[in-house]
Design a protein around this ligand. Structure first.
Ligand SMILES: Nc1ncnc2c1ncn2[C@@H]1O[C@H](COP(=O)(O)OP(=O)(O)OP(=O)(O)O)[C@@H](O)[C@H]1O
Ligand SMILES: [Mg+2]
Length: 358
């Protein structure tokens, strides 16, 4: 018979071994991106498969300092309890990412990242329904969103019905699974139509505009440089702060820069200028490009949900941007000349002097 004490030890250490193996396999198979940073050694300790995929296997980006400046720009400059455990969003290339950083003992930070592009798209439909504007666009959007999965379910079931006698149980299961997946999409849409509160409660702060733009440009400049686009910042020294929610402002700028850089895709000597100045007692943030510009017709449809001229656009970028700007009690204006370029002005209230924070 086995010695009981020795047996217990062995079992426990096996359990531990099993725990590690189990954790590692969960981390690899889970449908969420996970990165772990070690702040003592300034190292990226771990990234799982989904995290690598989310950042398109860009090894340079998946490095300690880059992850920190991309996802935790405020780390070190703000109290930790204001940073950790909170939900953030970030536009990365064509995708929208949602992420939450957590503090772990011994100087580790772990961050959970999800691709929420699809969710936001569906939530924006719901958002648009709520505003009751552009109702026919909204209905056509919903028709489209529901139409695709329903068509696919119909096709799957009719193929199945026709071949029910011939298919093996495994094939039948495959078809049933396919139909179930499409049903989940419909359910997801219905759910999204019920709850859509992503940016419902903006936290308006004094944002030091020069610092904000410097940090923002540092984040996007690499991608722009690779696309051959020059980016210029011009902040009027009379403008210090703006009253905004930094997360929303970040998103607003990201959407505008993405549009500007798309508009410059086919151009040589493309450049984007971000300007901050005072205008009618407000702060004007201007994003100007010398890209393809827009026709009159495009300009009149700009803020309608699902209006897009891009093959891979969702047509929700500007609608969401306007929504966010209005939530910060601001306003937006777009001027464009076909073949010459576009100037988008975001007007926001000035922040209070002497209370600057970013
Ligand atoms: N700076 C710009 N220059 C030229 N056209 C623009 C610019 N900004 C927006 N547009 C036009 O307005 C349309 C709507 O823009 P919007 O950002 O709402 O959607 P999108 O960029 O097509 O898709 P996404 O939802 O991915 O942002 C674009 O498809 C494009 O035709
Ligand atoms: Mg866009």
């Amino acid at each position: 018979m086995q010695d009981t004490a020795a047996y217990n030890v062995a079992t426990r250490s096996e359990d531990k071994h099993l725990d590690y193996a189990l954790c590692a396999s969960i981390m690899e198979t889970i449908d969420l991106g996970i990165v772990i940073l070690g702040t003592k050694s300034s190292e990226l300790i771990f990234k799982n498969r989904v995290a690598s995929e989310i950042f398109q296997n860009n090894q340079a980006l998946l490095e300690y300092h880059n992850i920190l400046s991309l996802l935790l720009a405020d780390y070190g400059s703000r109290p930790e309890d204001e940073i950790f455990g909170k939900n953030y969003t970030l536009r990365f290339k064509n995708r929208l990412l949602g992420y939450t950083p957590y503090r772990a003992p011994d100087g580790y930070i772990w961050i959970i990242i999800r691709d929420i592009t699809e969710r936001i798209r569906l939530e924006s439909i719901a958002e648009a329904v709520n505003s009751m504007d552009n109702i026919s666009y909204v209905f056509s959007g919903i028709r489209h969103e529901l139409g695709n999965p329903i068509n696919s379910i119909k096709m799957t079931l009719s193929v199945l019905k026709r071949n029910l006698g011939d298919y093996s149980p495994a094939s039948v299961e495959k078809y049933v699974d396919r139909a179930m997946t499409e049903i989940s999409r419909v359910e997801f849409l219905l759910q999204a139509l019920k709850s859509f509160s992503i940016f419902e409660h903006p936290e308006i702060k004094n944002v030091t505009i020069d610092d904000f733009l410097t940090r923002f440009i540092a984040l996007v400049s690499n991608d722009l440089r690779q696309a051959g686009i020059k980016i210029v910042k011009a902040v009027d020294p009379n403008v210090a702060t703006v009253a905004a929610d930094p997360r929303l402002l970040h998103q607003v700028m990201m959407n505008l820069i993405t549009n500007a850089s798309d508009a410059l895709a086919e151009r040589n000597a493309g450049s984007i200028t971000i300007r901050a100045s005072r205008q009618d007692g407000l702060v004007a943030l201007v994003v100007e490009d010398n890209g393809c510009g827009m026709s009159e017709e495009t300009q009149s449809n700009l803020f309608k949900p699902f209006f897009t001229t891009k093959t891979r656009g969702t047509g929700l970028g500007l609608m969401i941007t306007l929504k966010m700007v209005t939530q910060m009690k601001g306003n937006m204006d777009v001027k464009s000349a076909k073949g010459k370029g576009t100037r988008v002005t975001v007007l926001l209230q000035e922040g209070l002097r002497d209370h600057a924070q970013t």
